[in-house]
Design a protein. Sequence first.
Lengths: 167, 196
Amino acid sequence: MGHTLNTFNSIYKEFYPMVLQLCTGFAKGDKSLANDLCQEVFINAWNALEKFRSQSSYKTWLYRITVNTCLKHFRNQKARPMAYIEETPNWDKPDEAEQASAAAETAHHKLYQHIGLLGKVDRLLIMLILDGVQYPQIAEIMGISEANVRVRVHRVKQKLKNLFNND
Amino acid sequence: MTDELNNLKDIWQQGKNDPTAHIPTPHDIVQKAKTKQRKSRNAHFTTIAILLVTLLAIGYYYLFVMRYQLLVSHIGFGLMGTMLLVRIVLEAYSLKCYAKIDIAHNAKENLEQTIRFVRLRQQIHGTVSITILVAYIIGFVLLGKEMYLTLPSIFFYGFYAMFVVLAIVLTLIIRKGVQKELQHLRQLVTLLEELQ
């Protein structure tokens, strides 16, 4: 049990930002939902840890748990407003750092918004690509062929390109 | 597209460094996981325990309190008791099947496992529950003759009225359960089709 706890602690610390980011993308930028999903992922990870057989890395294992947790998340979604940043009035002229930060937030918001327009599976695929996961690994995580992954990712990239161009 | 994709990757990676993110401690997560597991296990065992206690209570009442003699009453009671036992076995089997779903499998296999489980639940909520309900009704009707002879009229008609109301309520609950499972199943099948 002690070994399991230590292992979980180190997995948690190492991969929390990665999982939260995937959940945030899946939740279309909704931070509250993302936190709930992220929590659910790690609860599932804790429950599954004893069965882990080192057939893959912890990272790949956690990707699979994240994908499965997100895919099976069904909710009666009333129109949830996209997470947005409320700008408090600042009468001082914004300095460069503040302008850069605001620009970055807008960029994230736009990315989540566009990813959010994709179907669940395509959303997860493109997020794995953005996270730097290689095609063979994505195929293993999703349980589909690498060729299938390449075709789908190509289509998703085209869709995203059109969405960004139409902005 | 490569430059655009690299740009998106940069935006994505920057998103991981959110200074406003509140990170719960691993201890919190472990506690929540244990609580959730305990609640789920207790809910299942409570259901099975209630069904078992009901079976024992009905058995005791029938064999030692009322002591019905007619064959038709024995058949009626046997039918109701057997159906209750079937329900208990199905609940335990369902729990075993659920435990086999591996969240760490690849997405396609995990979805297929989940779909198999939901189909099982759909059968349990649908065909099996309706069969059990019909068997209960038949069993109760078979007990009716000796109940009429042994119970005061007011209790006899009271029992039957209560049973009719219970049968209607159970039918509605079963119908709602089946619709819910069907909706869940459709969502999962759509996802699997999207994946393949």
